[in-house]
Write a new protein. Structure first.
Length: 99
């Protein structure tokens, strides 16, 4: 894949490219998905890898924000959503209130 295109994907935070490559930042030692919300690095500090394992073999660690080493990133509000669902189920047939 052309580095100009994948750099543009990184700059645009284009999620269509997630899973196709990861980018690593030399100054931080971290690698990310193209769609990661982290601050964008300078181009001269970036390396591209086809797979997360390649980035790790080169000495980079996965980003804690976008979790590029996982197939899908974790849902940050999962615990809250589960608690809301439990509260709704436990209320039986009574409609939930804002309390």
């Amino acid at each position: 894949m052309d580095e100009t295109i994948i750099w543009q994907a990184v700059m645009a935070r284009d999620a269509q490219y997630d899973g196709q490559f990861v980018f690593a930042v030399r100054t931080t030692g971290i690698y990310c998905r193209p769609s990661c919300a982290a601050r964008r690095p300078k181009r001269e500090n970036v390396r591209f890898f086809d797979q997360p394992a390649q980035a790790e073999a080169a000495g980079f660690r996965p980003c804690r924000r976008c979790h590029p080493d996982q197939i899908t990133p974790p849902e940050p509000n999962l615990a809250l959503m589960e608690a809301v669902c439990r509260a709704i189920v436990e209320r039986d047939d009574r409609p939930p209130t804002l309390e």
